[in-house]
Design a protein around this ligand. Structure first.
Ligand code: KG4
Ligand code: ZN
Length: 362
């Protein structure tokens, strides 16, 4: 059994976790997530503030994670840390801290790609969420549709051409005069409204697309955002070019627009995921990333996949959003493969997903 301490500081949560196990038999011993609420005031994450907040919280957060796991640093077998992609200053805090404790404890260090962490998150809660599966990763910064043949063997089938799914939720929330981050607010509002008053086109989703087409799996949400903008302007009687004031919309209009936006986004993601599951004959679909907190998305995915005979695994809120448990879990996989990071490990704002294989090579 291996005990791993994971560290995640790529964006606005400072998180440290301890897991223990081997292979796919892994237990979560502790998970501490400190969300930096300060960014709400600014309507988005302010990188410099994020780095400073990580700096003040990473040590107490790690101490708390060890305490909850009833372990000392000396009991840890390895340290896993996110080294990209993300905000480079924020990442550097975790990377430097990870190096320091790995060095002090005389333990190996493993660098983890943030999105690979999201791929592993659901496996911590659902024993069935292991490869092969179709994965839909939807967060504030990324939207990726993958075929996961095995851990460490990923076919990237599609991604977003512009805004990430979470980013679309956040921008639309802003247009509607809702607080940041917008996802949960949109979901709540959409639930209060019936479908039908507005209908936005499903972006990049057409029946005549086939697997060889570049847009068969890709998604695009900026057009949908513009459709919302026009609906908000029409609803508030504003002229094109005037500043948009979604705050002055009446509740019924705001709910109807939120509902139509969410319906279009969800149908698009669900259909693209269904295409991937059928093309690769997968019987499991795994969701990850902050947008996977959206219960309407998970329910729509379950309904669509039941027609294909596939099970859907969605993580709970604390494992869907950024957390260090998923980083420790992905770190264990790399550690078991004999991979170690050197003490000159750096942080990267962008970083290719490891283990990508050519879709035609399987
Ligand atoms: O994975 P995450 O915590 O951070 C990134 O790595 O980006 O994802 C945050 C994103 C935000 O855009 C937020 O609006 C979205 O996840 N989100 C949701 C919901 N909860 C969080 N989107 C839709 N519905 C939700 N219930
Ligand atoms: Zn994330």
């Amino acid at each position: 059994m291996t005990r791993i301490l994971g560290i995640e500081t790529s964006c606005d949560e400072t998180s440290v976790a301890v897991i223990a196990g081997q292979g796919d038999d892994v237990d979560l011993r502790s998970l501490v997530i400190l969300s930096q609420d300060v960014h709400r005031v600014f309507g988005g994450v302010v990188p410099e503030i994020a780095s400073r907040a990580h700096l003040t919280s990473v040590v107490p957060v790690a101490a708390q994670a060890l305490r909850e796991a009833k372990l000392e640093l000396a009991d840890i077998d390895a340290v896993a840390v996110t080294y990209g992609p993300g905000l480079v200053g924020a990442l550097l805090v975790g990377v430097s801290f990870g190096k320091a404790i790995a060095f002090a404890a005389g333990r190996p260090l493993v660098g983890v790609h943030h999105m690979e962490g999201h791929l592993f998150a659901t496996a911590l809660e659902h024993r069935g969420a292991v490869p092969p599966f179709t994965a839909l990763l939807v967060s504030g910064g990324h939207t990726m549709l993958l075929d996961v043949e095995a851990w460490g063997r990923y076919h990237l089938l599609g991604s977003t051409r512009d805004d990430a799914a979470g980013e679309a939720f956040d921008k639309v929330a802003k247009l509607l005069g809702l607080p940041y981050p917008g996802g949960p607010h949109i979901e709540r509002l959409a639930a209060s409204s019936d479908a039908g008053r507005y209908r936005f086109a499903r972006p990049m989703l057409r029946r005549d697309q086939s697997p060889g087409d570049a847009d068969f799996y890709d998604v695009s949400f900026s057009g949908l955002k513009t459709a919302v903008l026009h609906a908000v302007r029409a609803g508030t009687g504003q002229l094109t070019g005037a500043p948009t004031d979604g705050g002055s919309l009446n509740d019924a209009d705001r709910g109807a627009i939120a509902r139509a936006f969410q319906d279009a986004l969800i149908e698009t993601l669900v259909e693209k995921t269904a295409r991937a599951a059928s093309q690769f004959d997968r019987t499991r679909v795994v969701l990850g990333g902050g947008v996977a907190c959206n219960r309407t998305l998970a329910a729509a995915m379950r309904q669509r996949m039941s027609a294909l005979g596939a099970d859907v695994f969605a993580p709970s809120v604390r494992l869907a959003t950024d957390n260090a448990a998923m980083i420790a879990r992905a770190g264990l996989f790399h550690l078991e493969r004999g991979e170690r990071a050197a003490f000159d490990l750096n942080a990267y704002a962008s970083l290719p997903l490891p283990g990508l294989v050519d879709a035609s090579a399987s």
